[in-house]
Design a protein. Sequence first.
Length: 293
Amino acid sequence: MSGQRDSNELGEFLKARRSGISPREAGLPEAGARRRVRGLRREEVALLASISTDYYTRLEQGRRRASAPVLNALAAILRLSEEERAYMFELAGKSLARPPRRTVQKTHPQLHRVLNELTTSPALVMGRRMDILDWNPMAAALLTDFSRIPERHRNYVWLVFSDPAMRELHADWEHTARSCVAMLRREAGRDPEDQRMAALVGELSVRDDDFRRWWGDHRVAGLSRGDKVLRHPLVGELTLDWDALACAGDPDQQLVVWTAEPGTPSHDGLRILSSWAADARHDTPQGRRGGSA
């Protein structure tokens, strides 16, 4: 087989596989208008893989060679079996590089104990990709009931952009959202071959024009500390400071805690929220569950 023929066969294989994946299966929103093509469009595959449409088009046309990370991302998006993935790598002239096996993240026991002790301060444990691994009742009372959110969407950035209640909660939603995008890009740089990160960025890029534009700005920020104003439906406006504390036992986990200056209306608001959360916990026990890959 010549290299050119391999490339053309790779393109035909990619076209055939994307035609068999529906937008719903790929996690994309359903469009009202009738689609002209079966399965995913080229631009949708490109967004989900975090590459340009031009790059992907050239790849299908046999005018561009794909890197191993891109092939791994395409294998995840197109839901290839191990045999199909090996075949695609052969067509691309690449040795089969298996993605690293990542263990499922579980809350570090020490952080879990700290969460249980924080009864008046909202706190949660954030893992890779800003996934929400664990939370205390105060965090659920302040932000949202995380137990009601499907695990695959239990991600802070996803909620900021996709949950209307989170938009209403943040007085300066745009500032918060831009900061989340910058933090997520920093996380993406830590593991360029993370397929779930690529899928998260791709889904948000398709769903939200603001995310797509701000992701293209390439701003980077670390998850460390900050402040925000929240408009809570129960206790009113809260001005809170937040700090992200690193876990010595697992550098991929951080404890994020919200606090208010003592003697302020916001501090009183957290006390009221704590009492309400305790009553709600008594009436309807809230389970806590971790686990994001």
